[in-house]
Design a protein around this ligand. Structure first.
Ligand code: PLP
Length: 366
């Protein structure tokens, strides 16, 4: 039996008619960028995330970049983040010519360890950028209290965590800004690139709207330099169809995770730790095993999809060599990079498929 890591066709087949109708409306209107569909999606995502404002943008990466630019973070500034994340988190900090300052993770949650943040703060620190990895939010109370004490912005990289909660608060709603990605493999995935920023400060949200359109206001007059970070209407159209399903899809992922957790209890497999403060959306279900590469090979040979998020922490990436980090600087991130393995957890998995994943794993670790 074949079990892919993700099967987007299975999801699409159930909503195809509705998506095609919505896209048809966009094409008939020929309002292809921004417009009423984007506005409607912004309003709905803001409401869904318990935030006052939402700004549709061209990707999760551009959500982060726009947030940094709109907050005026640039040369000479430092932004504290985790090295155990997707590249865009730190890539955007570097792109505004600020310095990414890494802090190691909590080995249980894989999220930034708040106990290590204060040591990394300098006079140049402007913001903390926690990443809610795999669908579980970082320890936001601890992060917010450090931020308040040192007068820092908090930009939540919630690209993997739309709809997840920390002490009942939605991802993106706690910090200065929250960044979502609609990359097709995220829990709320578009039919191409897309993203959104949420915020509660009206002035900041207004600046983000200008930043996504070259800083233009009025037309052909520019107060500051922005970019083309606009969201296509066709993405909003597809996302409007999908948004009402998001909660049930995320619940199906939690059910699948629960199934695996039971089957892997009392084995060598370390299952995900979810803090009692958090409800995760399981963008990824990530196990931890010492001989990870052998297990991954075994799964692939047996047609079971799996992936490593992420094989090399950012402080060891060639592009960040100029920052001067070395092997051993962030031992928990380095260890996690060698031991984590994501398994199929998408909502449409059948019991037969889950059993196949479990059996294939158990025969390998036995
Ligand atoms: C996906 C992702 C991004 C970037 O989103 P894109 O839409 O692909 O640009 C940023 N940060 C994290 C943690 C992500 O998982």
């Amino acid at each position: 039996m074949q079990v892919p890591l993700l099967d987007l066709k299975a999801q699409y087949s159930k909503i195809k008619e509705d998506v095609l109708v919505q896209i048809g409306e966009v094409l008939d209107s020929q309002i292809c960028i921004g417009g009423p569909k984007v506005k409607e999606l912004e309003d709905k995502v803001a409401k869904f995330s318990d935030c006052k404002f939402a700004v549709g943008v061209s990707s999760g990466t551009d959500a982060i970049l726009n947030s940094l630019m709109s907050l005026g973070i640039g040369p000479g500034d430092e932004v504290i983040t985790t090295p155990f994340t997707f590249f865009a988190t730190a890539g955007c900090i570097a792109r505004v010519c600020a310095k990414p300052v890494f802090v190691d993770i909590d080995p249980k949650t894989y999220n930034i360890n708040p106990a290590l943040i204060e040591k990394a703060i300098t006079k140049k620190t402007k913001a903390i950028m926690p990443v809610h990895l795999y669908g579980q939010m970082a320890d936001m109370d601890a992060i917010m209290s450090i931020a308040k004490k040192h007068n820092l912005y908090v930009i939540e990289d919630a690209a993997q965590s739309i709809g997840s909660t920390y002490k009942g608060k939605k991802a993106g709603s706690i910090g200065t800004a929250g960044c979502f990605s609609f990359f097709p493999s995220k829990n709320l995935g578009g039919i191409g690139d897309g993203g959104m920023i949420v915020a509660n400060d009206e002035e900041l949200a207004a600046k983000m709207r200008l930043t996504r359109d070259h800083g233009q206001n009025p037309t052909y007059y520019y107060k500051f330099v922005g970019g083309n970070f606009r969201l296509d209407a066709i993405q909003a159209a597809a996302l409007l169809v999908k948004l009402p399903y998001l909660e049930q899809w995320s619940q199906a992922r939690r059910n699948n995770a629960e199934y695996y957790n039971k089957k892997f209890a009392d084995t060598l497999i370390q299952t995900p730790f979810i803090s009692p403060d958090c409800v995760t959306i399981y963008n990824q279900y990530v196990i931890r095993v010492p001989r990870r590469d052998e297990l991954a090979k075994h799964l692939k040979e047996n047609n079971i999809g799996c992936a490593i998020y992420y094989p090399m922490p950012l402080h060891l990436q060639e592009c960040f060599a100029y920052l001067g980090y070395k092997q051993g600087d962030f031992p928990q991130s380095e260890k996690a990079a060698k031991e984590v393995l994501a398994l199929p957890v998408y909502p449409e998995l059948t019991e037969e498929m889950k059993d196949c994943v479990v059996q294939t794993i158990l025969e390998a670790v036995k």
